[in-house]
Design a protein around this ligand. Structure first.
Ligand code: DSN
Length: 432
């Protein structure tokens, strides 16, 4: 019988082991442009796979419901302290399993069932948890929504003020999952204050930029700030809540026992490691390169005749209108054609889209993951030309072969996870 404690994954479970190896190759041999994804460090990966996964630790450091939590306390306290330092926040809760659960806990803290919220419309760049009718936020609360101006495709703050006065929300929700421009958190804070609302800023996408001062921080202007930890922040998959001290106890109670049970201590440990990385000086140059790369990619695509929503980008992502009122192709066709040449993007609705979300007129591109690999502006220029070529001729096998070769050449120059890249004959979908 195999020794349970010494048999590694390839001996224990070839199906899953092979899928892991294939996924390492897929990530290594493709160009990852999904704006919400990133590649964590080997240190973060290792920490996620530690014995902290075995531990139950309901409660908070120094106040747990189970014995044996002294080392869980060390990692959770480190994660809390580092999160507060990164964002200059008075209080941090590092236990949310995800961004959605972080948002759920804040809504539970700030609202009673049925209260009015005002959130950004998903199809204008918001998020499901900001009031979508199929999400807990839209089911449990009364929702009004705001969006972008039709001409500028940017948030219309005067219209937001008007909507806030009309609906008198108890909570104004800002932050976005597909918005390429700077968000004016100070103005949003003033709007909320003028109608007696609190604000939750969900900075999941831009957390790394906020952490390094490359995007204005919502912390001084908003009662609650939530984020995921795995996007520009480059940590493990998870959530984080920052708030003022006056809400600390209520937020903690909303997370546990409100919406969660035992925290994922192995993930909290990995959050602490990634927060430590974010406090290093080179994290700022990494974030600056993300922004430079997004601008370079935007310029190349725009020079190639593609329309960018809002005309460009201030952050890590861009929304490309590939449909162009019927002159181009849908986001769905673009996503599939790019996937075939190992360029990974997601179709995305654009503001005032005429297509259904599963078809969409746009694609969303982000540079955090490729910047982690070390790519720079000249690489973005090449990638922009590859994308434009595929969108121009999505059915040309000749173009696809050419681009596939270019992707293989480019990715080969930026190796990643060398210890995890194992060769296996057969089965690998993207062995190039
Ligand atoms: N799924 C995330 C994104 O791609 O932006 C948001 O939750």
């Amino acid at each position: 019988m195999k020794n349970f404690f010494t048999t590694n994954i390839s001996g224990a479970d070839p199906v899953i082991s092979n899928a892991i190896d294939d996924e390492v190759r897929r990530q290594t041999n493709g160009l990852e442009l999904i704006a919400s994804e990133n590649f964590v460090s080997e240190a973060v990966l290792q920490t996620m796979g530690t014995v902290f996964t075995n531990k139950y630790a309901e409660g908070y450091p120094g106040k747990r419901y189970y014995g044996g939590c002294e080392f869980a306390d060390v990692v959770e306290q480190a994660a809390i302290d580092r999160a507060k330092e990164i964002f200059g926040a008075e209080h941090a809760n590092v236990q949310p399993h995800s961004g959605a659960q972080a948002n759920m806990a804040v809504l539970m803290t700030a609202l009673e069932h049925g209260d009015q919220i005002l959130g950004m419309n998903l199809s204008h760049g918001g998020h499901l948890t900001h009031g979508h009718p199929l999400n807990f936020s839209g089911i449990n609360y009364k929702v009004a929504d705001y969006g972008v101006n039709k001409d500028t495709e940017q948030i219309d703050y005067d219209e937001l003020q008007r909507l806030a006065e009309e609906h008198k929300p108890k909570l104004l929700i800002c932050g976005a999952s597909a918005y390429p421009r700077t968000i004016d958190f100070e103005r949003i804070g003033q709007i909320a204050q003028s109608v007696g609302a609190k604000v939750m800023a969900d900075i999941a996408h831009i957390a790394g930029l906020v952490a390094t001062g490359l995007h204005p921080s919502p912390v001084p202007h908003c009662e609650f700030v939530t984020t995921t930890t795995h996007k520009t922040l480059r940590g493990p998959r998870g959530g984080l809540i920052l708030c003022r001290e006056e809400f600390a106890k209520d937020v903690d109670r909303s997370v546990f026992p409100g919406v969660q049970g035992g925290p994922l201590v192995h993930i909290i440990a990995a959050k602490a490691v990634s927060f430590g990385e974010a406090l290093q000086a080179d994290f700022k140059s990494y974030q600056q390169q993300i922004v430079n790369n997004a601008k370079a990619l935007a310029q190349t695509l725009s020079d190639a005749g593609l329309r960018l929503v809002s005309g460009g980008t201030d952050n890590h992502l861009l929304l490309v209108d590939v449909y162009m009122d019927g002159k181009g192709i849908t986001g769905k066709v673009a996503e599939k054609a790019l996937d075939e040449v190992h360029i990974t993007v997601n179709k995305n609705t654009i503001p005032f889209d005429t297509q259904k979300p599963f078809v969409a007129s746009g694609i969303r591109l982000g540079t955090p993951a490729l910047t982690t690999r070390g790519m720079k502006e000249e690489d973005m220029h090449s990638i922009g030309e590859m994308i434009a070529a595929i969108i121009r001729e999505p059915e040309s096998e000749q173009v696809k072969d050419l681009v596939k070769r270019s992707v293989a050449e480019l990715t080969a120059k930026f190796p990643m996870y060398p210890e995890r890249l194992k060769e296996r004959s057969g089965g690998a979908s993207r062995a190039n």
